[in-house]
Ligand binder design. Structure first.
Ligand code: PLP
Length: 456
């Protein structure tokens, strides 16, 4: 146990390689170590005794909020009864079987089965292999390319890093480019032709997608992957008509849709799945984060009935799906998932999102919308973002070196609220736990307005 805070900081600096952190700055002690020691509801406490409202639910994952004893008890019970057994060659546990059923019951009607992993990144790696196996099974081995979108986020693995359409995750790694392609991001606020309506811009995105499919040859394009609402790329809900127009292009060229619902799955938009929310018809749905509310790591690929049938046929010709992780369907994580999904139902948390989500978004709009340097306040369900610009009328963006988004997030942190400076652009993101109250929504809005005032 570490007790002296300077000892803790020294151990951290010298031993802990943190993800998404500037190594030199941290190791030299120029950026602080922050040790989180406890949490309850929407609030987290650090080792210095400070409490913050976590308006980003960790990394938009602690959806039911912190300190839920129902989930902690389920984890403990499972660890005592059966800490581990694998899921290979037909093995299962009560927890993993029960969770599979609960997930498929909640998924759109045409979905069939769930393949488990540990993270959103590994689930998307699995999806790529499922798509390739499927097309080999159908006797069309040339149909392998996958189209993603600029500003999409699909993980940090080698292939999933390529799927991700953000500079930060590509630069300096020489990730493989083929067979991954990128098309327009559905970012209406940043559209090039400012005269376009939302519907026209959606049509433009669908036309660009069709053009790319035709250029590459539809017989070579296997799938299109997208988040129902762009998340890490800036928290951008799709413009009006976007998903039906994209779906029509995909159907026309027999291109599968992968809905990456790592953020939107299990309620965040006020619907159980974003696919239902926007009428998408995916063949694969990626889940992670919200399936356990991050009480234990678990992810999954939900497979459609159509795809399942093709895979079964493929196994007869190609053999078993030779892909698995030691911890696929880990019983402790599955037990956390069962308790978490039960809690979302019992506490009617999705109803709370439908009520508090719009209240929070309107609060942000009322407090900030008129400000000259607030370009847009947008959101859906309990996802919201404020995008800052140098000049709203000219639609002029700040020079990235000014780091305006990061400064505002830091000013907000000083005022006791955690929002997230999104990695590209000056965007402050919010994704609070589903149990957010109107009082805490007011507090987040009030402190955000103060922080913006202090920086701009
Ligand atoms: N897909 C989406 C939409 C995500 O937002 C994330 C993570 O934020 C991932 C995939 C990757 O998930 P993980 O960090 O669990 O690998």
């Amino acid at each position: 146990m570490l007790d002296a805070s300077n000892e803790r900081e020294a151990f951290d600096r010298d031993h802990f390689f943190h993800p998404s952190t500037h190594m030199g700055t941290h190791a030299r002690g120029e950026s602080p170590t922050r040790v989180i020691t406890g949490a309850e509801g929407v609030r987290i406490t650090d080792a210095a005794g400070r409490t913050h409202v976590d308006a980003f639910a960790g990394l938009y994952c602690v959806n039911v909020g912190y300190g839920r004893s129902e989930i902690a008890d389920a984890i403990s019970k499972q660890a005592h009864e059966l800490a581990y057994y694998h899921a290979y060659v037909g093995h299962g546990t009560d927890a993993s079987i029960q969770l599979s059923k609960m997930i498929v019951d909640r998924a759109p009607d045409h979905m069939s089965r769930v393949y488990f992993g540990l993270s959103g990144s590994d689930a998307n790696e699995t999806n790529i292999k499922l798509i390739w196996f499927y097309n080999n099974a159908l006797g069309r081995p040339e149909k392998k390319k996958i189209i993603s979108r600029w500003r999409g986020y699909h993980g940090s693995g080698v292939m999933t890093g390529s799927l991700t359409g953000l500079k930060l995750f590509h630069d300096a790694f020489d990730l493989p480019r083929a067979p991954i392609l990128h098309t327009l991001s559905p970012y209406y606020f940043r559209r090039e032709d400012r005269s376009m309506s939302e519907e026209e811009f959606s049509q433009h995105c669908a036309d660009e997608l069709e053009k790319l499919i035709l250029e590459e040859g539809p017989e070579t394009v296997a799938a299109f992957i997208g988040e129902p609402v762009l998340g890490t790329g800036g928290i951008v809900p799709p413009p009006a008509g976007y998903w039906p127009k994209i779906q029509a292009v995909l159907d026309k060229y027999d291109v599968m849709l992968v809905a990456d619902e790592v953020v939107t799955g299990f309620g965040r938009l006020g619907s159980m799945f974003g696919s239902d929310h926007y009428g998408m018809k995916p063949d694969l749905i990626t889940i992670a984060k919200g399936v356990t509310s991050a009480y234990a790591p678990l992810s999954g690929s939900i497979v459609s009935k159509r795809m399942w049938d093709g895979l079964v046929q493929g196994a007869d010709d190609l053999g078993a799906f030779g892909h698995g992780w030691t911890y696929s369907a880990h019983p402790i994580c599955a037990a956390a998932g069962v308790a978490n999904l039960q809690l979302i139902d019992d506490l009617k948390l999705i109803n709370n999102i439908r009520e508090v989500g719009p209240y929070f978004l309107n609060g942000l709009k009322n407090a900030l919308g008129d400000k000259a340097q607030v370009g847009e306040v947008r959101g859906e369900g309990l996802l919201a973002a404020v995008e800052f610009v140098e000049d709203k009328d000219d639609h002029r963006f700040f020079d990235p070196s000014q780091k305006i988004g990061a400064k505002i997030a830091a000013a907000l942190f000083e005022r006791g609220v955690i929002g997230r400076a999104m990695p590209e652009g000056d965007i402050l993101g919010f994704a609070p736990p589903f149990c957010l109250t109107k009082e805490d929504a007011d507090l987040i809005v009030g402190k955000t307005a103060e922080a913006v005032e202090a920086v701009l």
